[in-house]
Design a protein. Structure first.
Lengths: 240, 172
């Protein structure tokens, strides 16, 4: 029988559910469970929680293994090399040259809404205000899987945010708002099918337009921006 | 023996383990991938200096925990922010119903995991998700085993309650 001094339902339930009790100890505890409501409850919740935790197990993304191999081969003695810098020396040089032009390096202070959107695309993190109010465009035919749809606040501009991911794990963010997005610094104007612009900022490609709704598409991969923009301009994305 | 290949052959099998820890230490997917890479680079640096462990999994888990605490914790704990993938997921319309339900459940699970105490989340991650023993988890967390057991149970209980699980009534 579990005595008063050793009656600790939390630790007993943890060890029991983890399978870390010796056979004799386990038998005693199982006998105790029959008469102790508190321990029964803790074990019951412990089993359910463990099952939930096990169900949340993930598989490392495809490509991460190759990235690590590349990182080790490029900088064998480095222990602090950010992953995004280890995409290949040539690729990094090209990206830096093409994206961070001298003009942009001088002019990196974007309007707060644009800066917030770019930061969200970089960190994949945003403050949620609740579920999105619009129906998200279906881009499955473009190989883009919808990950989430949220109502967000972009530095004062309320917007719906939809994130998609392709099979390679790259993401693209679509913002749709009832208010116009500010123009990014360094943007190139476009007038086809309404007012809009295209810009590069912090390694991200941004495309903005105002028909049929105000939208902003952002991705690190420029080829992911086009399909999303095409979909938003060819479907009705009005509030649901 | 090529040290790269020796290291990779010995440690690559544990990548899912490291990734699962990283995903529960930092909210963003990209930060998690960075943390996994930093873990492997740090492990390789130690490996080439002759510090090869008897058991790779707890060794990598410890490195990942230490790196996660020291270099990611502050910037990852942004108040009132949630990782996008832990927010409400909307199932792909082209997926069958089962995939949609699975997607919703996965999002709810991930969100619940981020709502519980960090110490409890780490105990659950190390024991229930990556399969370390409570003794190994205690060593990795630099915490007494009894504390790990308490955190483990409280975390499991919180997860169950957050996700609406009910205690099954004992049959009379």
């Amino acid at each position: 029988v579990i005595g008063r001094r050793t009656h600790d339902p939390e630790r007993s339930a943890a060890a029991y559910v983890s399978g870390e009790m010796r056979q004799r100890e386990r038998r005693r505890f199982e006998a105790h469970l029959l008469v102790c409501e508190e321990c029964w409850r803790e074990v019951s919740l412990g089993w359910r929680g463990r099952g939930r935790a096990e169900a949340s197990r993930e598989i490392a993304p495809a490509g991460l293994r190759d990235e690590i191999r590349a990182a080790l081969s490029i900088e064998p003695h480095s222990s602090r090399l950010p992953r995004r810098l280890v995409l290949g020396t040539t690729a990094v040089v090209l990206i830096v040259l093409s994206i961070f032009s001298a003009e942009e390096i001088r002019d990196r202070h974007q309007p707060p809404t644009i800066a917030a959107a770019v930061a969200a695309a970089h960190t994949e993190t945003l403050a949620s205000r609740g579920p999105s109010t619009r129906e998200p465009p279906d881009l499955s035919s473009q190989g883009l899987r919808l990950i989430m749809g949220e109502r967000v606040d972009l530095a004062g501009l309320t917007s719906d945010a939809f994130m998609y991911r392709d099979e390679a794990g790259e993401s693209v963010l679509l913002f749709v708002s009832g208010s116009p997005f500010p123009v990014a610094r360094g943007a190139t104007p476009r007038t086809a099918g309404g007012e809009g612009w295209r810009a590069q900022s912090e390694g991200m490609t941004l495309v903005c337009g105002d028909r049929p709704v105000n939208y902003l598409v952002i991705s690190e991969n420029p080829s992911l921006v086009g399909p999303v923009e095409h979909m938003i301009t060819t479907t009705n994305a009005s509030p649901a | 023996v090529d040290p790269h290949e020796d290291f990779l052959n010995s440690t690559m099998g544990a990548m899912d383990l490291v990734y699962n820890i990283a995903r529960r230490m930092v909210p963003g997917v990209e930060d998690a991938r960075d943390l996994v890479q930093e873990t492997y680079l740090a492990a390789f640096a130690a490996w080439t200096k002759g510090r090869k462990p008897d058991h790779v999994e707890p060794w990598l888990a410890t490195i990942c925990l230490n790196l996660g605490r020291s270099s990611y914790r502050r910037r990852s704990h942004r108040p009132q922010e949630v990782p996008l993938e832990s927010a409400r997921s909307i199932p792909d319309k082209s997926d069958p119903e089962r995939a949609a339900l699975a997607s919703l459940e996965a999002a709810a699970l991930h969100r619940a995991m981020w709502l519980i105490d960090e110490g409890q989340r780490m105990a659950i991650t190390l024991v229930d998700i990556v399969g370390l023993s409570t003794a190994e988890a205690a060593a990795a967390m630099k915490t007494p085993r009894g504390t790990v057991l308490s955190r483990l149970h409280r975390g499991r209980r919180s997860l169950a309650l957050l996700l609406g699980d009910q205690v099954k009534e004992r049959e009379p």
